[in-house]
Design a protein around this ligand. Structure first.
Ligand SMILES: Nc1ncnc2c1ncn2[C@@H]1O[C@H](COP(=O)(O)OP(=O)(O)OP(=O)(O)O)[C@@H](O)[C@H]1O
Ligand SMILES: [Mg+2]
Length: 617
């Protein structure tokens, strides 16, 4: 019904108007019908009365011998508002007096003439003439003699005026009624629609900008059912805001957990696509967070790793049970190093019966794996060290005996010259054995207090430790340090530093290479007032690429897959820091030399240790 108004107010108005028009129309119809009947009856009665009255007046005039009065009575009767025409005729029907016009010219109509024989003596007779005119006739008798008839005809305009006036009053009353009730309905409609419009605007603004609560609570303009509705709406908005605040809190909590948790977290949908990942996970895969979204595991990860991880995810989707501690191994990064991830995958349900995503927790277990490996190796080294120390210790006693015996042998005068020479050679070799055992024991028994150490002795002992490897590689060793140079330090630890540096240099060197060990009294470059010792360990070995150079002080970083623990430089750095020293590394890799056509590769490590007595244990 497109013509029917949408608004409640106009609907009420239209309904009311229709209803009232109908009822007023019906009422007017019934009223007019009833009034027509009544007026008709009244008009008849009146007409009969008027005819009777005219007849009586005419009789009295005749009885008093004053026929002129009849004419007067006819005129007066004719002036009455309801009378159209009054006339008096003789018994034969000839008009004697008439209220309008001349009596001579007037004649009775045939219907009137036909009615004369039917007229009763004591009652008026009424008839309907052509043109819907009514007329009543009453006989005029004087002493039983019929003297004539009094005729009075009805003026219908009077009846119509009566009906018109009733109708007009009804219409005026109806119009006032309709206007008043329309006004009332409009006012009532407004009282309903205004608060409803307020509610509608409130609901719309809640939907379009749920964060903006400045409009709420809505004012309550009426105190009726709609007022109650607005109040309930206000309470609902407040409770929604509370729930939203709670939800936001939970979301921020989850967000910060995702961002700051020290583990890799990712969520994958049923198609294996990432829907959310955190930075740690992105660091693990080496792909930015935004590039993960919408991509699948095989898009981003090496094939074997992706297959294994995807398998775990699909298992979780199908079994709806978590998969825990899956170990994935691979190689990557710059420089390429082996890595180990520990993966757990668990179902994420949005409804109790539906697994919507799978959450992946990824832990970089590479360091742990490396440290376990290093620990195993260093444990072995420690055992070997202890064994070496005890062997050295045990060798010392027989060595002493051999030395004494050789001395006695050389003292005997009857020894041939050739044998003398052999004894001297044997003595030299035994001294070397003694020296090696001494060095070994020195490494093992470290003083726990800092003390002034003679550096030449310390550095010599380190070089002699590697003597056989130096010899095997035919390395040219340049020792550049004064015999009197001393430093206040933990000698055992400093020995360890140089053992590692010299060891690394030998590892990097090839046959016929060169190894420089230098120590000079010097000043701290940053603080010239601070004097100390500047050490240099330099080799012409393989050198390092910049990306290797960047990581050498990290624990477990090694390029020597089987033989290295990656702890040497890390420990050395710690010791240097403990001595308030600094270290500087320059290196050029052999491969870059080939590219540039330059053949000199190698590594120079410079260490400055301040000569200070502020060392703590
Ligand atoms: N003189 C050098 N020349 C070339 N590379 C070096 C040199 N010194 C150190 N490096 C590089 O630095 C890495 C780390 O050295 P670090 O001494 O910490 O461990 P490592 O020698 O590998 O193992 P470890 O000393 O524990 O047996 C080495 O693996 C090597 O790649
Ligand atoms: Mg090393």
């Amino acid at each position: 019904m497109s013509w029917w108004p949408r608004s409640i107010r106009w609907q009420m108005l239209a309904g009311l108007l229709l209803l009232e028009m109908l009822s007023i129309g019906l009422f007017a119809l019934l009223l007019v019908r009833q009034q027509t009947h009544e007026t008709y009856d009244r008009a008849h009665q009146r007409l009969a009365y008027e005819a009777t009255s005219l007849a009586v007046q005419s009789r009295e005039a005749l009885e008093q011998q004053r026929p002129g009065w009849i004419g007067l009575s006819v005129k007066m009767m004719g002036d009455a508002p309801t009378v159209a025409l009054a006339k008096v005729t003789d018994p034969a029907g000839n008009v004697l007096f008439i209220s309008k016009g001349e009596a001579d010219e007037a004649q009775l109509e045939p219907a009137e003439l036909a009615a004369i024989p039917t007229v009763n003596r004591d009652a008026s007779s009424c008839l309907t003439l052509a043109g819907d005119r009514w007329e009543c006739v009453y006989p005029i008798y004087t002493a039983d003699t019929l003297r004539g008839f009094a005729w009075v005809s009805f003026d219908k305009r009077w009846m119509h005026e009566q009906l018109d006036s009733i109708l007009r009053s009804t219409m005026i009353f109806g119009a006032i009624w309709v206007v008043a009730s329309a006004l009332l309905v409009l006012l009532m409609g407004r009282a309903i629609t205004r608060p409803l419009a307020l509610l509608h605007h409130g609901a719309t603004s809640l939907m379009t900008s749920p964060e903006d609560t400045s409009r709420f609570p809505l004012p309550i303009p009426v105190h009726n059912e709609i007022g109650d509705l607005i109040e309930t709406f206000n309470r609902m908005v407040a409770s929604l805001a509370e729930q939203r605040a709670g939800l936001n809190d939970t979301l921020s909590l989850l967000d910060s957990m995702l961002a700051n948790a020290p583990i890799g977290l990712a969520f994958v949908d049923r198609n294996g696509r990432f829907v959310r990942v955190n930075h740690i996970f992105a660091d693990l895969t080496g792909v930015s967070v935004s590039r993960h979204l919408g991509r699948t595991l095989p898009d981003l990860l090496p094939k074997e790793v992706a297959t294994e991880m995807d398998g775990a995810v699909q298992r979780v989707f199908s079994s709806e049970e978590p998969v825990r501690n899956l170990e994935l191994n691979g190689e990557g990064g710059k420089p390429r190093r082996p890595w180990t991830w520990l993966i757990s995958a668990y179902p994420v349900r949005t409804t109790p019966n539906q697994v919507r995503w799978v959450g992946i927790i990824a832990l970089d277990a590479s360091d742990r794996k490396r440290s376990e490996e290093a620990l195993r190796r260093s444990e072995k080294l420690a055992v070997t060290g202890r064994l070496a120390a005890s062997i050295a210790h045990e060798i010392n006693n027989p060595l002493e005996a051999i030395t004494n015996l050789l001395f006695l042998l050389r003292s005997s005068s009857d020894l041939p010259e050739a044998a003398q020479q052999y004894v001297t050679q044997a003595e030299y070799e035994v001294r070397r054995i003694a020296e090696i055992t001494q060095q070994t024991l020195r490494f093992y028994r470290q003083p726990t207090q800092p003390a002034r150490a003679t550096l030449a002795e310390l550095l010599d002992s380190v070089i002699s430790l590697y003597q056989s490897r130096i010899h095997a590689l035919d390395l040219r060793v340049e020792r550049d340090y004064d015999a009197g140079l001393t430093l206040f330090c933990f000698a055992g630890e400093i020995r360890q530093v140089f053992a590692n540096l010299v060891g690394n240099s030998i590892d990097a060197s090839s046959n016929g290479g060169r190894l420089v060990v230098r120590a000079r009294r010097s000043q701290d470059w940053k603080n010239p007032a601070q004097s100390g010792i500047r050490f240099v360990v330099a080799d012409a070995g393989a050198g390092m690429e910049p990306e290797v150079r960047e990581h050498i002080f990290e624990a477990f970083f090694t390029t020597k897959e089987v033989t290295g623990t990656g702890l040497g430089l890390w420990v050395s750095h710690e010791i240097i820091l403990k001595h308030h020293g600094s270290v500087h590394v320059r290196s050029r890799a052999a491969s870059s030399d080939l590219a540039s056509g330059n053949k000199s590769s190698g590594t120079v490590i410079q260490i400055f240790l301040p000569d200070t007595s502020e060392l703590t244990v």
